[in-house]
Design a protein around this ligand. Sequence first.
Ligand code: DGL
Length: 271
Amino acid sequence: MSDAPIAIFDSGVGGLTVAAAIAKRLPAEHLVYLGDTARLPYGTKSPETVTRYAVQATRALMRFQPKLIVVACNTASAVALPVLTAAYAPVPVLGVVEPGARAAVAASKGGPIAVIATEGTVRGGAYVRAIHALKPGARIVQRACPLFVSLAEEGWTDGPVPELAAERYLDDIFKAADRPDTLVLGCTHFPVLVAPIAKAVGQNVMLVDSAATTAQEVEHLLDTRALRRTGPTKLPTFMGTDAPERFARVGSGFFGRPIATDQVELVDLTP
Ligand code: DGL
């Protein structure tokens, strides 16, 4: 079983930021990544639809007989985790909201914590619950930033357009008297926009995301179950539900390593 892959999915290529953190921490692991690029964004859809898509994505990944499933999408983690956990037991399913909340609580010095995410994640309040479970009474302010998903997918990660978008979304929160000291990038697409976001929030704000904390959690889970892979390095497997060329081109920026178009298999998730 330890030789089995770790299956990872997101609505698009954003989850590759999480895959990159796992690959960095656990270089011997074989990663199988699925981006549901044809149906992105998940963040504006209902919990029922996101759950249905998440189940279909996981079903497609099960053909690799993974030892672990990582839901590298905050929106899907926020709504579909219980359903996936029950449906695919005993294969463990790990989301990114709890690791993100843990990173936020560790980073905050006691000031308010700001969470930026998709509309779906904000509406469902998963981060608020996860942060309060770790730190009851923590002050939290949330803001949906759906345009960041399109900017990230478009590769517009610096310059005036994302800077203006970041200012428009975040100015009032970070100009308030009770300014947050921590900002959670509660969407796996947002880490590539860290430069314009950091510029908009100004100094003395810790920017955290769930990628590194999720990778830590993956490592812990593999170690406690004696599931670490020791074999020779295997190239990651990539799958997308639309446009492999675009997946490879845009995804390379998220993964931090080049992805070739012929490395991306086109899959159809519709039953
Ligand atoms: N990357 C996903 C997340 O973490 C959502 C982007 C989207 O599909 O809206 O929430």
